[in-house]
Ligand binder design. Sequence first.
Ligand code: CO
Ligand code: ZN
Length: 336
Amino acid sequence: MKELIKKLTETNSPSGRESNIREVILKELDGYIDGYEVDRLGNLVVWKRGKTDKKILLDAHMDEIGVVASYIDDKGFIRIEPVGGVSPYNLMGGRILFLDVGIKGVIGVEGETNSDLQKNLKELNFDKVFVDIGARTKEEAERLVPVGTFGVYSAEFVDLGKRLVSKAMDDRIGCAVLIEAIKRSDPYHTLYGTFSVQEEMGLVGASVVAFNINPEMAIALDVTAWSDTPKGYKRMSIELGKGPCIKIKDSASISDRRVVDKLRNIAEANNIPYQIEILIFGGTNAAALQRTSAGIVSGTLSIPCRYVHSPCEMIDIDDAENAVKLLNALVEDSSI
Ligand code: CO
Ligand code: ZN
């Protein structure tokens, strides 16, 4: 599974530019599904037939956060706008890879005096930062990285044993779990897998992806936060390596009690470790799936992830493996 996670996180595909990752996922599922479709927004919908026509939907968003070049000044420095939740602090000292053109740039901060620079660093925002691609003129920069070019963090995948670090673990780890669940399961009801677009822009793809499927139950697979680092969040208990998290609520949705109970019972019956998650901010595609059509019974299964939305998102491989086991037991269960 590590190889798959590496491949998925190394694919560069921010919100609105998901064709690269969609191709990789489709190729990965070749021979394991009974059919697929790409809808108008670009969501990839795949299915694997079961013994009944009842449907269970598992969703993972395939986009990642990024930036887009918005302005080039007279000296060839590029201003950027975030695509999804990018903090300017997470850009400091790092590199941006501009897609299609394959150009890398580094981040600089404005400051005409020491106190100016100190102040800007303290209250950093996208008005204060620029990308330096080494261009010497405006014309050169415009030729290399035209305004409108999308970019992502340039950051390598690191294998620390149980712990893996990369950009885009949010939500390629969810995609990896979903791919493995599809590959390894023999579903009782028909299994739908949706790899949705533009979650980071406000659950865009998930708002429409389930409309025509109208499943009995939908589960979003996404990352969640963590509380197990020095002075980590004290109002939450989420630890890496202690199992996938059955979400009770976050800021965007409350998981349907039937989903929570089902996941919990299945985890208990199969001796799969799990955690109960209350996330005090954020949201997942479950919030959009829940409000689709006449309403869909929805919830979220999360993978604990440290440093979410940074270039160094860290997960524990055991949590991903246990999430696959839990989902397999769920889709092979006849009682839904
Ligand atoms: Co995210
Ligand atoms: Zn996510």
